[in-house]
Every structure is written in structure tokens, then in C-alpha cells.
Design a protein around this ligand. Structure first.
Ligand SMILES: [Cu+2]
Length: 403
């Protein structure tokens, strides 16, 4: 085991670019892997040297997990009853390989419904992973638009990648058309952790704003980040969309109208808040977005944002948070904030300490967090999706007594 680790370390050093370099390896399907086969799909071959190393790791059983992401288009219902056309990343249960997807019927039978943002991918420091990108096809577009015949990639934002696997098209590998697959091997350095994201890097303004993004988390140990312990965590992903531009993209496919984008929905984990409190599609009825916590706990919030031109201003009413990290790095000097600006591509890791017995107190505005308190984007343009307040990125801290 020690000998093997030394070999891996040498290999990592060979490819290292700065101290935090992540290694991403693309590889061809010609290997007789213990992993899933892709007989029907056209594999886009990657760097041969990297493929050889992958084969070795695979034979040693050193691949921790293989994630299969499928890209497609579809409609997502908002809490106000509108259906918005999106592009995005989806997957089958447990990110399993379910073969090539050739029809909309196959897609709907085998894959989870399209969600924006895509579901989180969570990796552990020091392990090897594969992420396979499959193009499952575009099905909602007008055929004459041509937009269903474009290709896509994954750019792993914040991971300081080799160009071979950085997701920028043709630098040097092509992006993924329908019926094709490109696979990446990720060797996560043991000293890397934090909050990142993945997004497409083809025609980035159109593709990212269309919904092609998802959170990516790297952890050394569960319930710990940068040496701080926490009891529970939430990822809050801000984004925005112009539903009318998206319809134009679907019908006409014009990619030269990028300056026409005018967001009319501002989202938190893909949802808006509705003042009808039992609306099942509202932010506060999503277990990933409603911030439930118990007396005495420490809660980690991973803030992330994708935007066209909106800068989000995260503002919980009941708490100052301790900002301990940003963009995948520990802050040497953590600082307290109750209003934190976050722009497109940024991530912040913030700890919230829920005081003991807070839920027995009655004050909602004295920084003790009793009961329910709201948290929202304080850049108020976003609080009026389609012009209506308070249909924006708003959620609640729901603090409960310990049982
Ligand atoms: Cu794309």
C-alpha cells in the first residue's frame, strides 16, 4: 500500500501546476474497465498518457466512484405556475450509467426530470473519480432553430485544471454532441476541500444562463471544513433566467442576441419564494433550501451564484454569519457579515451559530434567531420575479428546540 501511494504521489507531482492543481484525466473507452461500458456511444478520446494512468488506477480498484451526467433540455415549473424552458445536467439514480439515450421516451424513463441547478456532486479529498458527460439530446426545440445540434462540456469552475480536461471546447478536445460521451478522471489532492461548481463552457453566456450549472463540493471529512466543525449544512445556489429569451432560444436558436437577455426570474436553488406559504414549489418547502436548525447547532451555508449581470446580496435577518472561506480557500482572517455580496462564479462558506435556547425566545430582530426568520437577496431587483414582490430568492431559518 505504501509503495502504491508513493507511485500515485509521483504521478500527481508530474502533472502538478501550482500547489492546488487538480488532475483531470480524460480517457478512451477502449480499455477493458471494471467500470461501465459505452458500446453504443461514440467516445471522444482524451490524452493517451492520462488514459494509461487511468487504466492502471482502474485495475487497482482505485476509482472511488463513476458519475454519469446526462445533458438535455426541458421545462421546469415555477412556484407561480409558469413553466420555463431550460437546458441542464441531469442523471439517473445514484448517477448510474443507463446507456445511450436516443429518444425523449428513453430519457423520461431512465433519467430524473431536468432540474436547474443540476444536483450536487460531492467528492472526497485524496480520491479518484470519473465524471462521464453524455449528451442525451435536445427535444423541445423547433427543428429549424438548429439549437438542438450544438455540443456541450463541463468546466469544473475553481479547480485549476489541465487544459486537456478544462471543458473549453477544442482546447484541445471537442465538446460533446448527441450520442457522444467524454469522460474525466479526477484525482483530488488530499489538501483540497471547499465549494465549487460545474458549468458548460460552450458559448458560455447562452449555455450557462440557460441552466447548465451545478454545485460541486469537495470534503476531507463530513461535517468539517477548513478545520471548523458544523452540525448541518446547506448549499444555496443563486441564479437568474430570462424566460422570454429562453423561448426565443428554443424557437429561433439565435445565439447572437446575447445583449437582449433581461432576467425576469431570480432563483434560489432553482426556485422562487411565494407568499402563499404552503406552495410546494416555493423555496421554503424545499428541504434543501429551508434552513432547518436546532438550538445550539452550527450551520454551514455554501453560497454560490451564477448571474448575467445581477450581484446578489445574501442577507439573513436573524444572524451574522462568520465567513470562513471563499472560492475553495480558507480565509486566514474570517469575518462577520449580515449582508454579503456574491457575483457570478463566486462561492462563500459561512458558519451560523444558533444560540442555545434561541427557539424559546421571542425576538426576531435581535440576532438571536428565535423561531422563524427570513433570509433573502437584498439587491431588491431580484425580489420581484416577473415584477411581483416577493417572488424572489428568499428562504427562512427555521430554528427548533432540541428534542
Ligand atoms: Cu453547453
Amino acid at each position: 500500500m505504501i509503495h502504491y501511494r508513493n507511485e500515485v504521489s509521483k504521478f500527481i507531482m508530474t502533472f502538478m501546476r501550482r500547489e492546488y492543481l487538480i488532475l483531470f484525466f480524460a480517457f478512451a473507452i477502449s480499455f477493458n474497465l471494471a467500470l461501465t461500458a459505452h458500446a453504443d456511444e461514440k467516445m471522444i478520446p482524451g490524452n493517451a498518457r492520462i488514459e494509461d494512468k487511468f487504466k492502471e488506477l482502474s485495475e487497482k480498484g482505485e476509482i472511488e466512484k463513476e458519475f454519469h451526467l446526462y445533458i438535455t433540455d426541458g421545462y421546469q415549473e415555477m412556484a407561480d405556475g409558469e413553466f420555463i424552458y431550460f437546458w441542464g445536467y441531469t442523471h439517473a439514480k445514484d448517477f448510474a450509467y443507463v446507456g445511450e439515450i436516443k429518444t425523449v421516451e428513453e430519457r423520461d424513463a431512465k433519467l430524473l426530470p431536468l432540474k436547474v441547478p443540476g444536483d450536487e456532486i460531492r467528492l472526497t479529498s485524496g480520491k479518484n473519480y470519473v465524471i462521464a458527460l453524455h449528451n442525451a439530446g435536445w427535444y423541445e426545440t423547433e427543428e429549424h432553430s438548429g439549437i438542438n445540434h450544438v455540443a456541450h462540456t463541463i468546466h469544473f469552475h475553481g479547480l485549476d485544471l489541465l487544459p486537456d480536461v478544462d471543458g473549453v471546447p477544442n482546447l484541445p478536445y471537442p465538446s460533446v454532441f448527441p450520442g457522444e460521451v467524454f469522460r474525466y478522471l479526477l484525482t483530488i489532492p488530499e489538501d483540497l476541500e471547499g465549494s465549487y461548481m460545474g458549468h458548460c463552457h460552450v458559448d458560455s453566456t447562452n449555455h450557462i444562463m440557460a441552466g447548465m450549472y451545478f454545485p460541486l463540493v469537495i470534503e476531507k471529512k463530513p461535517n468539517e471544513i477548513y478545520g471548523y466543525k458544523f452540525d448541518r449544512e446547506y448549499t444555496l445556489f443563486f441564479s437568474e433566467v430570462d424566460s422570454e429569451y429562453m423561448e426565443m432560444l428554443r424557437e429561433e436558436g439565435s445565439i447572437r442576441r446575447g445583449l437582449d437577455w433581461k432576467s425576469n426570474y431570480f432563483l434560489l436553488n432553482g426556485r422562487i419564494f411565494m407568499d402563499k406559504l404552503d406552495n410546494p414549489l416555493s423555496t421554503i418547502n424545499d428541504p434543501k433550501t429551508r434552513l432547518v436548525a436546532y438550538d445550539g447547532e452550527t450551520v454551514l451555508i455554501r453560497l454560490m451564484a451564477i448571474g448575467y449581470d445581477h450581484i446578489y446580496a445574501w442577507h439573513p435577518h436573524g444572524y451574522h454569519g462568520l465567513v470562513i472561506g471563499t472560492d475553495g480557500r480558507k480565509l486566514r482572517s474570517p469575518y462577520e457579515k449580515d449582508t454579503l455580496l456574491i457575483g457570478s462564479g463566486e462561492r462563500y462558506d459561512i458558519l451560523y451559530k444558533i444560540p442555545d435556547f434561541s427557539s424559546k425566545r421571542k425576538c426576531l430582530s435581535c440576532n438571536i434567531g428565535a423561531g422563524i426568520s427570513i433570509a433573502h437577496d437584498h439587491n431588491l431587483r431580484a425580489m420581484v420575479s416577473t415584477g411581483i414582490y416577493p417572488h424572489g430568492p428568499l428562504t427562512i431559518f427555521d430554528v427548533r428546540p432540541k428534542e
